[in-house]
Design a protein around this ligand. Structure first.
Ligand SMILES: [Zn+2]
Ligand SMILES: [Zn+2]
Length: 201
């Protein structure tokens, strides 16, 4: 099982969003079983925040494998499902929907003041120290909270997403770059890539 430090190693810094994503991922695996070496688990994420990096590292649902589906809703909601082992003709499948409900503790007046100063561009030592401590406190609180304090979890039937396809590439007749056949368009009788198709001239 991946540790929080593995997640920081991938993401580049520790932050509350990453900690939440880490907890979401652990919760998902506790219900669905082992991490996805291949495409056996699919994650549908409804935001593109720091949290999603933790989800990729821990669950093995990654952008590159195509088992991470991004819906740009700006919601802290994550749905996970495990693909059936045999290719049954199921159109829908039971997934786990995890919705983050966690709220940070009330801030002290010093924290509020320092945060205001930080937002106005103050980078003095006293401001940075308080801001840093405030962040560490949040991360710690998230890592130590119980699942029930962090999320609402429910089972839900979701449409079974298509598996990633590997299709042949062709060469765009305008820019000369390779493009996956299924993404090519026809413009003035030529096979072109999408950016070339959309160009004004
Ligand atoms: Zn971050
Ligand atoms: Zn092109």
């Amino acid at each position: 099982m991946k540790k929080f430090k593995d997640v920081i190693g991938f993401h580049g810094h520790a932050c509350p969003g990453l900690a939440l994503g880490y907890r979401v991922a652990l919760c998902a695996l506790s219900k669905l079983g082992d991490r996805a070496a291949d495409e056996e688990i699919v994650a549908i994420v409804e935001n593109n925040s720091c949290a999603v990096d933790a989800i990729q590292v821990v669950t093995g649902c990654t952008f590159g494998k195509g088992n991470l589906i991004f819906r740009d809703y700006g919601k802290q909601v994550y749905t996970f499902l495990r693909r059936p082992s045999q290719s049954r003709k199921a159109k829908t499948i039971h997934g786990i929907r995890i919705s983050v409900k966690w709220k940070p503790h009330e801030e002290t007046s010093r924290e509020k003041t320092m945060w205001d100063r930080y937002m106005k561009g103050d980078r003095s030592d006293e401001v940075l120290e308080t801001v840093h401590q405030r962040k560490s406190k949040k991360i710690k609180a998230i890592l130590n909270a119980r699942d029930e304090e962090l999320f609402m979890v429910k089972k839900e039937r979701v449409p079974l997403p298509k598996e990633a396809e590997i299709l042949p590439s062709i060469t765009c007749e305008r820019c000369g770059e390779k493009v996956m056949e299924s993404k090519a368009k026809v413009r003035a009788g030529k096979f072109v890539c999408m950016p070339c198709f959309n160009k004004k001239k």
